[in-house]
Design a protein. Structure first.
Length: 237
């Protein structure tokens, strides 16, 4: 009888475990606002920083030599670039307040969780609420360190841009190490020919600007200096 009773207890215990497993509510993924707040909260300890940045532009018809910049940031939105001549710099991947830039006046939806995709990231879909142009923005958020790993921007009339960001740990804070902007545009930048005697200002080629364009912008960061107490006047010059 003891053996039969023990078997019955074991069977009931097994059935109860199966029942609880089947009927237990599934763990709900965090909502999109929570994810964005986690991304921003990891940067709250940054009051300011400076860094040296190398920018390499490989875009057809855009002849810009490789440049080194000195950048300065101060919370919440002061930003300054020191360089000689002209430079192209996307705000995404530079400013710690990039979440505000991405989510301002946008509706946000969680498309995928880390266990649903190969990237092991939260994938969010952002749609501008007040834009007449249907621009689709998807962002990939690392589920462990809460960093933006990738941004995809698609505008039907312009083309698609993909921004990928690799990080480096600086005093316990993950900051951009390399940012790569991939451009896949429907129209190229018109070719600006060199000035001639007849046209000293230069002129655009009649045939350029209608064909698709593929290019990249590579941005490398180095020599980060955090929380130095940068003065406001540095950003007013």
């Amino acid at each position: 009888m003891k053996q039969v009773w023990s078997f019955r207890l074991l069977a009931h215990s097994f059935l109860l475990t199966v029942f609880l497993h089947v009927w237990a509510p599934a763990k709900q993924p965090p909502d999109s606002n929570y994810i964005l707040k986690k991304v921003q909260s990891r940067l709250d300890s940054i009051t300011d920083y400076s860094a040296r940045v190398n920018v390499d532009v490989d875009v057809p018809n855009l002849r810009i030599p490789a440049k080194e910049l000195q950048i300065y940031y101060k919370h919440p939105d002061k930003f300054r670039v020191k360089t000689s001549g002209f430079a192209i710099i996307p705000k995404i991947g530079f400013l710690p307040s990039q979440i505000d830039l991405l989510s301002k006046n946008a509706t946000i939806e969680l498309l995928s969780t880390p266990d649903q995709n190969d990237s092991k990231s939260y994938i969010l879909d952002l749609h501008p609420a007040d834009s007449l142009v249907k621009i689709v923005t998807n962002i990939w958020v690392n589920a462990k360190r809460w960093t933006i790993e990738k941004v995809l921007i698609n505008a039907p009339d312009m083309g698609e841009s993909v921004i990928t960001i690799q990080y480096v740990n600086v005093n316990g804070i993950w900051l951009p190490d390399t940012t790569t902007v991939y451009l896949n545009m429907l129209r190229s930048i018109p070719e600006l020919r060199r000035p001639t005697v007849e046209k000293p200002v230069g002129f655009s080629s009649e045939k350029s600007g209608n064909e698709p364009m593929v290019g990249t912008i590579l941005i490398r960061f180095k020599d980060y200096r955090l929380n130095q107490g940068l003065e406001n006047k540095l950003f007013d010059e």
